[in-house]
Design a binder for this molecule. Structure first.
Ligand code: SAM
Length: 330
């Protein structure tokens, strides 16, 4: 690959990772993400088609991006998700295609997605108590998620990761149970600090827990050895002594990881967001729909990457980011 063609931002970070929110719709209403009763979704005619997403990814891949993650909203509610995955995994240079899902629809889709080239999967799971799960997710059924997880393992996804947002007074008392479940099933657990995003931001602040307190609590019960996992991204991992099990901590607030951030995010409406905790966006859809050529598209991607800030502003301006996580997919 021509290195000069690489996408590098103003702070010298090479952009290698694109997260694509393939829909902003979701079949759950997690308290920290979408408020219940929320209906202000984007309209389908504004959504990027599979062909438009493929075009953008093709250009990104020529500029050094090799890792894609499909997210949402809930990516499995998009009807052409399997076809889209197939088209994206076939793009030269894309050597890692993963998906983040709530797993409600995964039991049926695990095999088709794996056949389409998706290899790694992250599943959101904030509680193993059906009643608590229902409250957190605004009505979700835990047994569907558990069926989806089994299907993912059988389909051959490796690794299967669980993402758990830790919330004071909601699920902080059951982290050990979730951890032991993950270890028993061979899943990697990642704990995530609640981020102040969208209209749910104030709640997130009230429920915020610095994950260092949880790490210390777990370390008093299990022997945790710092470890490095390939492609670990922002998580800091520990191996549980005497096993192959790992636990990761994602701490965007208490210990941010902006200096190594190599990712950007594409919304379903074709806006490129260069930081999860910042309002900068660069609209690509008008250029695509006006028929711009590859060179022009590459120029727009570079201009967008120039907007990437040195670090997010969650701590300085916790109420500033007004969009919802479903727009950018976490
Ligand atoms: N629906 C998919 C899922 O459940 O993974 C993909 C989208 S979801 C927005 C991606 C991740 O963002 C989930 O793990 C979710 O828990 C996390 N997330 C959403 N809002 C968050 C917040 N305010 N703070 C921390 N994590 C959040």
């Amino acid at each position: 690959m021509n290195r000069e063609n690489n996408l590098t931002d103003r702070y010298g970070r090479h952009i290698r990772y694109l997260r694509i929110s393939v829909t902003d719709r979701c079949d759950l209403r997690c308290q920290y993400c979408l408020p219940s009763g929320f209906t202000d979704f984007s309209e389908p005619e504004g959504w990027l088609s599979a062909g438009e997403i493929e075009r953008i990814v093709n250009q990104f891949s020529r500029m050094g991006v090799n890792h894609l993650r499909l997210t949402g909203g809930e990516p499995l509610v998009r009807r052409d998700i399997v076809e889209l995955a197939q088209r994206l995994s076939a793009i030269p240079g894309i050597d890692d295609l993963s998906i983040s899902t709530n797993a409600i629809r995964l039991a049926r889709l695990a095999v088709p997605l794996h056949r389409a080239g998706v290899r790694r999967i992250n599943v959101s799971l904030d509680s193993l108590n059906p009643a608590t799960y229902k409250v957190i997710t605004g009505g979700g059924r835990l047994e569907k998620v558990l069926q989806g997880l089994e299907a993912a393992k059988e389909a051959g996804f490796a690794p299967v990761k669980l993402n758990t947002v830790v919330m004071r007074g909601v699920n902080d008392g059951e982290i050990e149970d979730i951890f032991e479940f993950a270890v028993a099933k061979g899943y990697t657990l990642r704990l995530i600090e609640t981020m102040p995003v969208g209209a749910t931001g104030q709640d997130a602040q009230d429920r915020f827990i610095d994950l260092e307190t949880i790490r210390k609590r777990l370390a008093s019960r299990y022997e945790l050895i710092p470890d490095i996992l390939p492609g670990a991204g922002p998580a800091r991992y520990y191996r549980v002594a005497g096993s192959h099990a790992h636990i990761g901590f994602i701490t965007p607030l208490s210990q941010h990881f902006c200096q190594t951030c190599n990712r950007v995010r594409l919304s379903v409406e074709g806006d490129l967001f260069t930081c999860l905790g910042d309002e900068h966006r660069y609209p690509l859809r008008p250029h695509l729909r006006a028929g711009c050529g590859d060179e022009a598209l590459s120029h727009h991607l570079r201009k967008a990457i120039d907007l990437k800030p040195e670090s997010h502003e969650f701590n300085d301006q916790p109420t500033r980011v007004v969009r919802f996580m479903s727009t950018t997919g976490g």
